[in-house]
Write a protein that binds this ligand. Sequence first.
Ligand SMILES: [Cu+2]
Length: 254
Amino acid sequence: MHIRQNIDTMSDASIAKYQSAITRAVTINDNRGYRHFAGMHGWSQNLCKHHVMLFLPWHRAYLYMFEPSLRDIAGDVALPWWDWSSADSHEHGLPEAFTSSQGGLASAPVPLDPQTLQAVQQQVPWALDLGGAVPRTIRDPDPAGSLPMAAAVEDVLDAPTYADFTTRLEDIHDGIHGWFKGTMSIVPFAAFDPIFWAHHTMIDRPWYKWQMRHPGVGVPAEIANSALEGFPLTVPQVLDIATLGYDYATGVVS
Ligand SMILES: [Cu+2]
């Protein structure tokens, strides 16, 4: 069982391990590497599901498939979550683990082919740092105090139906992407920013909590047996995180 933890409660050693896993994944250019997974979400495979009922299951499968690629590189690591609703985040914004230029989570290269580079320069030059030899992810976050409150997430957990829940949670999720501006705010490149995974882990976790709180409530019939594009998985196969082999740490920090 792999335990996902709040980055704020992780030891320096486990943070360093996670940082080095990502740093090394970024250097692998085949389908075991970072770029392959980031490219599934956006440029250039564009498989991600947003503003549809498949949003939560698709992203759960996405995190689940990415995580073992990090373990192949660095041993026993699990995706941390960044609790953007915490008092600490409201005061300081991103945890230092993601901003320290030493750690490898502050930005990542996005090697573009010449045609895509030209399109980015013309249409969304603010989405990437185009100043160096290779484009890199970039952030220009809004004030920390404007991040969603814990009460807002708590409130969503009371949503009586899956449709209501996913719509409201995705809305909060969208706000975080927008909060970052830069790379995270644009779907084609969002997953290239190493913070993406910690943000989405923070989205998968409330889904798990909501499932615990509403044990009899299933997903809508329209997606009950849907395949999750890009992965050898279906919706029913990702509904129970225990069968996927991971859990969310509980502790003093929620
Ligand atoms: Cu997202």
